[in-house]
Design a protein around this ligand. Sequence first.
Ligand code: FAD
Length: 74
Amino acid sequence: MQRGEVPVVELSLLKVQATETMEYCAREALQIFGGAGFMRGNKVERIYREVRVYAIGGGSEEIMRDLAARQLAL
Ligand SMILES: Cc1cc2nc3c(=O)[nH]c(=O)nc-3n(C[C@H](O)[C@H](O)[C@H](O)COP(=O)(O)OP(=O)(O)OC[C@H]3O[C@@H](n4cnc5c(N)ncnc54)[C@H](O)[C@@H]3O)c2cc1C
């Protein structure tokens, strides 16, 4: 990026990877917290609920993968 390049493929797949990782972590955190992690006001509940917004907002997994595939002319 600092060299003025826009690595669209890498950035697209990185967003997918990052949000899938966040989703996994949120799931594991809720599993560890059990019922408490489900209660409103608990930070884990908030992250678990909001993780889909990060995954969908700004380009869902399908859109980012499609973008990367098009850039690679697959
Ligand atoms: C809390 C919140 C805050 C937001 N803030 C902003 C903001 O600040 N700025 C902004 O610009 N937008 C914002 N958005 C909008 C957000 O970027 C869109 O919700 C997101 O891009 C998905 O678009 P959509 O909701 O129209 O869903 P759709 O585009 O209808 O997608 C619904 C589903 O269909 C799938 N899909 C759609 N098209 C294809 C395709 N061609 N191939 C395969 N699958 C497809 C998607 O992957 C998704 O799973 C916000 C949304 C939320 C919920």
